[in-house]
Design a protein around this ligand. Sequence first.
Ligand code: MN
Length: 207
Amino acid sequence: MPYELAPLPYAHDALEPFIDTETMHLHHDKHHQAYVNNLNAALEKHPELAAKPIDDLIRDLASVPAEIQGAVRNNGGGHSNHTAFWALMGKPGTDGVGGNPTGAIAAHITADFGDFETFKKTFNDAGLKQFGSGWAWVIFVDGKLKVVSTPNQDSPLTQGHFPVLGNDVWEHAYYLKYQNLRAKYLESWWNVINWHEVNRRFAIAKG
Ligand code: MN
């Protein structure tokens, strides 16, 4: 069974005005769909790999045959990363979206970063300093939240870390609305973060 692109968990215009409708159409319907299509093409001769949950495929990248490992790293990574990304956002102003962190993650942010503003600044800096395309992430290592970044579609899963949250800093994520102003996009993105989903992922990361 090939991989499939799930619909967005909200309308394409739900993240307005912070992420525009046209960007969501291009980003989900075109870019994410292309990762899924390219992944399925790469796995045509390896149907047993296509049976794995996408996060397991990326976690076990080392076991993927060498001739398709690059294609799986990029396109499977793209599928895994974007699937997480859509769920990590929600309609601004609805319960648990934007504003201050809630639940278990709130206390851990304070413990590990001092306050939410410092946490946001650390995360935004990681996204800003990621040269070219990539992602900013929060992972949970040795009992602490840690901000990291990856190039391209590389996932923390491949390094053994379940991402608690992540933001896409490829230009396709923000260029239509923010042009070259990645910092402005990063700052604005906190208005659509879904803290319920962050807490759900944090519980998994803690194990
Ligand atoms: Mn993207």
